[in-house]
Ligand binder design. Structure first.
Ligand SMILES: Nc1ncnc2c1ncn2[C@@H]1O[C@H](COP(=O)(O)OP(=O)(O)OP(=O)(O)O)[C@@H](O)[C@H]1O
Ligand SMILES: [Mg+2]
Length: 367
């Protein structure tokens, strides 16, 4: 449905310095899917979204919607934003304070180039207000809504024109943690119910994992990995992605032996010998980094069976109670390993503890 290809967008600062904010950005989004641009502050997410909207003019590339170019550097095409038919919700969404909920949502229909009859406006606005569960508040002053309700109203306003593409830039960032989590489900529900193709921008990895059909992780203006939430989380292609999408342990190691038949290798690491998968391309003697997610690090008070790989004895250094899980920092030699376990694990601080992780849960990168 949406095809972005080889997109470059730059800014020229007041001192004349050129900032390349989007570099060779390419992705496709099939109809009805939610695609997320995820990355740290300043990596070029908003720039990419604004380029799709037509609010920034790229320097190179192609943006097509249903095979129709809205921007093409080669053909000199640039469709102005109001002719693209996209809906947008910005990071700092603005609710118009002197209007009712209904008026806020109907405004785009009243000021647009296309004329609608009052009956048409009423039926469409009430339909979108129903989909965001605000219909009962239609005649209320928009300022007399909670933060989450205002957020849903901003969404309704973007949906009322029945856009072919919905662009959302950190739409939940103004909400408190609890409400953000609730709204996450609502955005997902509305997006899935209306089957509306959506580009979602966020720097919050858990939001991206929870909402998306596909995620593109960005760094310094470039997409560094694309994949389903599970692929991004379980098989990151770099230490940057591994680190950005969730807590992780990094271990410095050196390849000691490769077992080609078993697709495994043995490494010397800062906590001892580690067995890992061998995804090819590694050589004996090579310096690597091993990544293990804390929820894959298991703890036990008893010594494990000796024939299992990747067991180590450490000391409990620190415990952090997070409610549904308990984080243990376990000291092995000079290294602190993070393990995320069920709170029933009661081993006190300074007591010995065994840790174990499965070779298949290790991801290895060249250093
Ligand atoms: N109007 C502008 N003029 C000059 N430089 C800009 C402008 N807007 C953004 N930039 C720069 O372009 C780069 C990308 O900015 P962008 O707003 O796309 O980042 P972002 O990923 O959306 O970050 P955040 O998560 O903080 O919103 C940054 O280095 C930023 O400083
Ligand atoms: Mg931004």
């Amino acid at each position: 449905m949406l095809n972005v290809s080889g997109l470059f967008t730059e800014y020229v600062s007041d001192k004349g310095v050129v900032v390349q904010a989007a570099k060779d950005v390419s992705f496709e989004v099939p109809k009805g899917k939610l695609f997320t641009l995820l990355g740290p502050s300043g990596c070029g997410k908003t720039t990419t979204l604004r380029s799709i909207a037509g609010l920034e003019k790229p320097t190179h590339g192609l943006i097509e919607v249903n095979g129709q170019a809205v921007y093409s550097a080669q053909k000199g095409i640039f469709t102005p934003p109001n002719k693209r038919g996209f809906g947008m919700v910005f990071q700092s969404y603005a609710i118009w304070p002197h209007m009712t909920v209904f008026k806020n949502a109907s405004f785009p229909m009243e000021v647009g180039a296309k004329k609608y009859s009052p009956a048409e406006i009423k039926s469409r606005v009430m339909r979108v207000l129903e989909s965001v569960e605000l219909a009962q508040f239609h005649d209320r002053d928009a300022t007399r809504l909670s933060g989450g309700q205002q957020q849903r109203l901003a969404l309704a306003r973007a949906l009322v024109m029945e856009p072919q593409l919905l662009l959302l830039d950190e739409p939940l960032s103004n909400l408190d943690a609890k409400l953000r989590e609730k709204m996450r489900f609502e955005v997902k529900k509305i997006q899935r119910e209306l089957d509306i193709t959506t580009i979602y921008v966020t720097h919050d990895q858990s939001e991206a994992l929870a909402l998306s059909h596909e995620i593109a992780v960005m760094s310094s203006g470039r997409i560094v990995q694309r994949g389903t939430p599970r692929q991004i989380y379980e098989t990151p292609n770099s230490t940057f992605v591994a680190d950005f999408v969730g807590a992780i342990n990094f271990l410095d190691a050196t390849v000691k032996a490769i077992n080609p038949g078993e697709h495994s290798m043995v490494l010397d690491s800062e906590i001892g010998v580690i067995e890992t998968p061998n995804p090819e391309g590694f050589l004996v003697g090579e310096k690597v980094q091993v990544c293990v997610r804390p929820e894959n690090v298991h703890l036990s008070d008893e010594a494990p069976h000796l024939n299992h790989a990747n067991h180590y004895l450490g000391l409990v250094h620190l415990k952090i109670f997070l409610g549904e899980v308990l984080d243990f920092q376990v000291k092995i030699g000079g290294k602190l390993m993070l393990a995320r376990v069920h709170p029933h694990q009661k081993t006190p601080v300074d007591h010995p503890i065994y840790i174990h992780f499965d070779p298949s849960n290790c991801v290895v990168f060249k250093r």
